[in-house]
Design a protein around this ligand. Structure first.
Ligand code: TYD
Length: 406
């Protein structure tokens, strides 16, 4: 039986999605024969409540100089991170010469707000290509993996931080104890940590199983985060639900005893109990819901195909890799995937090898249906695709339920 990455207890997998490629591993035909696959399986630890991947590929296979994810591709996310930065600025505004640190700072989408305000900051981003974009835009960035050792080096050079932040990063890191220990070392006695990640409660409630892929080694809840940070003398003082990624949670964390614990933390813990996130049987039901969602999506796509209609995928997201491979969706069912990221164009989706084409191809020749892989950006996308819908275009969605919109 696998051993929990957080508390070292033994636990059992509750689902296997079978063989999966690297979610962001958009690939050229000449590389098909050496494409890497691993078994994507997930388990729940009933001692510390952490939901986690049984195996995760080596980090250098996922985060490297060709990493294909750029945070700034969504206008909504730009606004989201501006507001996140403003919240932190409010927290540290009164402090003398404040210092803010972000791990997994990507292309600088968040820290650019601090750079503009001339606030001391440091971004840590292991994928060299995205780190360079941030650096070239005036965001102080180093390209490394954050851990306890790097924390000591940063402290020697910059001193302790008033705020440490991360977004959609903490859940990527299997050696998270070393990261949290690094936070403890780097955080001023009255400093705050604020980070957010896809939230287990939303994932289970809405069957967002595509949030399970190689990069997401953990699916966090208030209970599991409370346990993890508690091991390092830190505690959750506030929680703020977010709509990003189909449902995320922002955790506000301080040294134990340094801040007042908000009522929201207590209420969210109670909500998790009501959802049964601490019970193994919840994950048995989750697996059944996933299987059901897969069967219905395959049925729907197959029946549309039989009617001779065209389906194009909308946005070559990382999470679509789980959908495509688990459901067996190939170019037979989805003609191509439209995406706005140039680095993905001319490549093929990981595993099932659906071509990825520029967004212009979609606009030039609308399909009958668009399979909405980026359902988390639905509002932004629907607003900009009025012409597609006016031309009779319909959306296929699978979150929270499989169906057709429009
Ligand atoms: P996101 O949901 O952030 O992806 P992930 O599952 O990887 O976290 O979506 C980012 C991808 O979606 C990126 O490849 C760009 C693409 N995209 C479009 O093609 N059009 C759009 O309108 C939006 C918002 C995203």
């Amino acid at each position: 039986m696998p051993q929990c990455r957080i508390c070292k207890s033994s636990y059992e997998p509750f689902i296997s999605f079978g063989q999966m490629p690297i979610a962001n591993g958009f690939i050229r035909p000449e590389e098909f024969s050496k494409e890497y696959f691993f078994e994507l399986a997930t388990g729940f630890c009933s001692k510390c409540n952490m939901v986690q991947l049984i195996d995760q590929p080596n980090r250098d296979m996922m985060f490297h100089e060709n990493y294909a994810f750029f945070s700034s591709t969504s206008a909504y996310m730009q606004q989201h991170f501006k507001e996140f930065a403003e919240l932190i600025m409010n927290e540290i505004g009164q402090k003398a010469n404040p210092f803010v640190m972000e791990i997994g700072s990507n292309d600088g989408i968040m820290l650019q707000n601090f750079a503009k305000a001339k606030i001391r900051h440091l971004g840590i981003e292991p994928s060299a290509n995205v780190a360079k974009i941030a650096f070239d835009n005036g965001v102080n960035t180093i390209s490394e993996f954050f851990d306890e050792n790097l924390a000591r080096k940063i402290m020697a050079e910059y001193g302790q931080a008033d705020a440490i932040t991360a977004a959609n990063v903490m859940c990527h890191i299997p050696t998270i104890h070393s990261v949290v220990e690094g936070f403890r070392i780097l955080l001023k006695p009255n400093g705050i940590i604020m980070f957010e990640d896809p939230y287990l409660g939303d994932i289970v409630e809405n069957t967002l199983y595509d949030q399970i892929y190689d990069e997401h080694v953990f699916l966090f809840s208030v209970a599991s985060i409370g346990y993890l940070f508690g091991e390092h003398g830190l505690e959750i003082v506030d929680v703020m639900p977010q709509i990003t990624h189909g449902g995320s949670m922002r955790y506000v964390i301080a040294h134990k005893g340094a801040g007042k614990i908000s009522q929201r933390v207590i209420e969210q813990r109670e909500k998790e109990k009501r959802l049964g996130l601490h019970l193994p049987e919840t994950y048995v039901q989750f697996r059944k819901n996933i299987e059901n969602s897969r069967d219905r999506l395959v049925e729907l796509l197959t029946s549309i195909k039989k009617q001779g209609k065209r389906v194009v995928g909308y946005a070559a997201t990382s999470k679509s890799t789980t959908i495509n491979n688990y459901c067996g969706i190939t170019a037979e069912l989805v003609e191509y995937i439209s995406d706005t990221t140039p680095i993905k164009h001319g490549k093929f989706s990981p595993g099932t090898h659906i071509p990825v084409k520029p967004y212009k191809d979609f606009c030039d020749n609308y399909p009958d249906y668009a399979l909405l892989y980026a359902y988390n950006h639905a509002r932004e996308i629907m607003a900009k695709e009025q012409k597609f819908m006016a031309a009779g275009g319909k959306w296929i969605t699978y979150v929270p339920k499989v169906g057709v919109l429009g």
